[in-house]
Design a protein around this ligand. Structure first.
Ligand code: FAD
Ligand code: NAD
Length: 397
């Protein structure tokens, strides 16, 4: 039999960990592994709120793939996936190239969920990629510059964050750290700057521990965020947002953090999805496709109580590792291992030196210790993918 071809789509947390696992476990010529990604770099999506606000550079959140992937063992293709033809076992890229596979790993991440809300696609920014956060940072700076030439336009200094889930909360934390710097740089009175966090549910971070939510909201309120709770965004316009209460907030900067759905390529390619995510079997395979694994934000995995796990980097990493193990098993005709996540907790940052979360099976952590634990978990990840050198090169306390 010819050497089996494994194609991995996406080099985010799920795809990268699949590739690194295969790189480590496969023997010479046991399989031909191809990793396809839009960019030549992996980025730490979990850090993107920082470069979006401008509290760190976008470069800090990216790692060149040739620094962490052994390109002798893994063939890298820089390209954008357009579609998957599962019957033909091929993948078509936007440049027209077609790749064939025996085994496929779909790890294309997520897209913003806009729930059909008018104007969001057109006028709101999303914290999605290195390119998108560069744009947000530049735009925020431009708004300060513009205000200086049109000082009656306070809407230039009004920032609306739609959705107070973890992404929205973490971004607000960074933005409140960045505003004083921008005010100094552009000689703007800080009192004129408004940051609104607008949330549809009766609380920020719905479903999360109430004590921690209260802590987060108090910290952010103290730092200057104004919350609008139980207030869905109804419409986004070039001039701001209209809320379900009828209130209109005039702003030239709306950041939409109202949720995510799986990459639309998966649904367009004919896989059955729920909010863009494939309800995978116990081995992370798409139903009816024994040679197609789906990992990360494109996959839907349920906990023993029948509720979906939230799409996180933590789970994506573990899914990637499990999938690498199962691909090796398939090639060697060995039994597959079901995917069982080992959840380590949740930690969220609230700006420099501030955070909160739950660790070690339920222990609540607040403030500096939570922020340090989050940094430690980031460093563990960097060490995992690139060793001490990479981890040290990205240390930022
Ligand atoms: P991604 O990491 O998004 O990677 C997808 C990859 O596919 C990217 O490299 C992308 O370039 C590539 N790609 C996309 N489309 C194409 C295409 N058409 N062709 C080729 N390549 C393509 N989770 C946590 O567990 N902890 C946290 O602290 C945390 N913080 C977060 C903070 C922010 C600001 C955000 C936005 C999310 C955070 N998350 C966190 C969630 C976490 O980032 C995601 O769950 C995780 O990134 C999903 O991993 P993935 O591999 O599925 O996708
Ligand atoms: P999310 O789905 O977790 O939160 C979106 C929020 O937007 C919800 O609170 C929702 O009620 C609100 N919302 C929806 N429609 C709205 C509307 N019309 N108006 C106002 N609010 C509205 O999405 P997210 O925050 O982008 O997170 C995506 C995933 O990434 C989640 O699984 C999350 O756990 C994970 N994440 C984790 C961390 C962390 O662990 N530190 C950080 C960021 C993201």
């Amino acid at each position: 039999m010819s050497t089996p071809k494994i194609v991995i789509l996406g080099a985010g947390y799920g795809g990268l960990l699949t590739a690194l696992g295969l790189q480590k476990k496969l023997n010479y010529n046991e399989a031909e592994v191809t990793l396809v990604n839009k960019h030549t770099y992996h980025y730490l999506t979990t850090w993107l709120h920082e470069p979006a606000a401008g509290t760190s550079s976008a470069d800090h959140a990216r790692v060149e793939l040739d620094r962490i992937v052994d390109m002798q063992k893994i063939k890298f293709v820089k390209g954008a996936v357009q579609s998957i033809q599962s019957t033909e076992q091929t993948v078509t890229l936007e440049n027209g190239d077609v790749l064939s596979y025996d085994y496929l790993v779909i790890a294309l991440g997520s897209e913003s969920e806009t729930f059909g809300i008018e104007g969001l696609k057109e006028y709101a920014f999303g914290i999605r990629s290195i390119n998108s956060v560069r744009q947000i940072r530049e735009h925020i700076e431009y708004m300060f510059a513009k205000y200086k030439t049109e000082p009656h336009r306070t809407d230039y200094l009004t920032f609306v964050v739609g959705g107070a889930g973890f992404t929205g909360i973490e971004f607000c934390g960074e933005l409140t750290d960045r505003v004083p710097e921008l005010c100094k740089e552009f000689d703007v009175d800080p009192e004129l700057v408004k940051i609104y966090s607008v949330e549809a549910a009766p609380t920020a971070l719905p479903g999360f521990d109430p004590e921690l939510v209260e802590y987060a909201m108090n910290v952010l309120t103290r730092k200057g965020v104004e919350f609008r709770i139980s207030t869905p965004v109804k419409q986004c316009t070039p001039d701001g947002v209209v809320l379900a209460t009828g209130e209109e907030i005039k702003s030239k900067t709306v950041i939409w953090t109202g949720g995510v759905r799986g990459n639309s390529i998966v649904e367009k390619s004919g896989f059955e999805v729920m909010r863009g995510r494939v309800k995978v079997d116990e081995y992370m395979r798409a139903p009816g496709h024994d040679n197609v694994f789906v990992v990360g934000d494109c996959a839907l995995v349920f906990n023993p109580e029948g509720r979906p796990y939230p799409p996180t980097a933590q789970i994506s990493i573990q899914e990637g590792e499990n999938t690498a193990q199962n691909l090796v098993a398939l090639i060697r005709n060995a039994p597959l291992t079901p995917f069982v996540p080992a959840l380590q907790g949740t930690l969220a940052s609230l700006g420099k030196g501030e955070g909160m979360g739950v660790v070690f099976g339920g222990k609540k952590v607040f403030g500096t210790s939570a922020a340090l634990m989050k940094k430690a978990s980031d460093l563990r990840y960097l060490y995992k993918i690139g060793g001490v050198g990479l981890a040290l090169s990205k240390v930022k306390l």
